[in-house]
Design a protein around this ligand. Structure first.
Ligand SMILES: C[S@@+](CC[C@H](N)C(=O)[O-])C[C@H]1O[C@@H](n2cnc3c(N)ncnc32)[C@H](O)[C@@H]1O
Length: 242
């Protein structure tokens, strides 16, 4: 599982920045609600930084220290405040040695790729100082309803809606904010929709489920149905360690 996920993202890192407009929007929305809760000179860990949509926003908090984790992505190319110490923590977040006493652990659009996201949330909570903030986004079970409506596999894994995300937090975490969204994306045709999925690192549609002729038949069906949309259903949870 991990090598397949790693290969999917590694192959499409260059196209991700342009294609992943929904993920960019999600990172912005999460960052907007993190910012008022974090004082300058914080100690921050980001899980699954990818090409840096959320990382760039975290840099604006002028952290003292930031640890950046991703399974495959190199550190994002960006500038940092001179006083910020940046440290890479590459590899599987599930196997990570967390720094202790953190002010903020943040992660956008990554949890759903893990085999056991709840276990990671528990470990993350333990790495926070009392009063520290955990801020995450994922995708709810209603993600990509258009694909499910055609009987297609979802293509990308989903995890929990906002209520479910919060329910997976360990005891001792106080939920400060939780919300779900619906972000539709329109495409000229089914081919463009599939190319979008691939460009964002999602290549699971055909993973053992669909033959090429069957996929082509489904794409023709999508084109006959008219304008092609893909609806992202992101979920968010922000909580404080008591
Ligand atoms: C959809 S991208 C999101 C990237 C970024 N956070 C954003 O908002 O655009 C998911 C990222 O999670 C990373 N990822 C997937 N599984 C992971 C794991 N087990 N440990 C660490 N990172 C992982 C991928 O390499 C990829 O960069």
């Amino acid at each position: 599982m991990i090598p397949r996920i790693a290969a999917g993202f590694a192959r499409h890192l260059t196209s991700y920045d342009t294609a992943a407009t929904a993920q960019a929007q999600i990172a912005d929305r999460l960052a907007a609600r993190i910012a008022p809760r974090i004082a300058p000179a914080a100690r921050i860990l980001e899980l699954g930084h990818g090409t840096g949509f959320l990382t760039r926003q975290l840099a604006r908090l002028a952290p003292d220290e930031i640890w950046l984790n991703d399974l495959v992505a190199p550190l994002p190319e960006m500038s940092w405040p001179a006083a910020t110490k940046v440290q890479a923590l590459p590899g599987d977040a599930a196997a990570l040695r967390f720094p202790a006493g953190l002010d903020l652990i943040a992660s956008a659009s990554m949890l759903q790729w893990l085999a056991d996201p709840a276990a990671l949330l528990h470990r993350a909570a333990q790495a926070l100082r009392p009063g520290g903030i955990l801020a995450v986004s994922s995708f709810g079970p209603g993600n990509f309803p258009e694909l499910a409506g055609l009987g297609l596999p979802p293509g990308a894994p989903a995890y929990r809606d906002a209520a479910g995300l919060c329910a997976d937090l360990p005891a001792g975490m106080q939920v400060l904010d939780a919300w779900d969204e619906s972000l539709p994306r329109a495409f000229p045709d089914a081919r463009a929709l599939m190319a979008h999925l691939r460009a964002t690192g999602v290549n699971g549609l055909r993973a053992g489920h669909l033959t090429v002729p069957r996929l082509r038949a489904l794409m023709r069906q999508m084109n006959r149905a008219g304008p092609t949309t893909l609806t992202y259903r992101p979920s968010y949870c922000i909580a404080r360690r008591c």
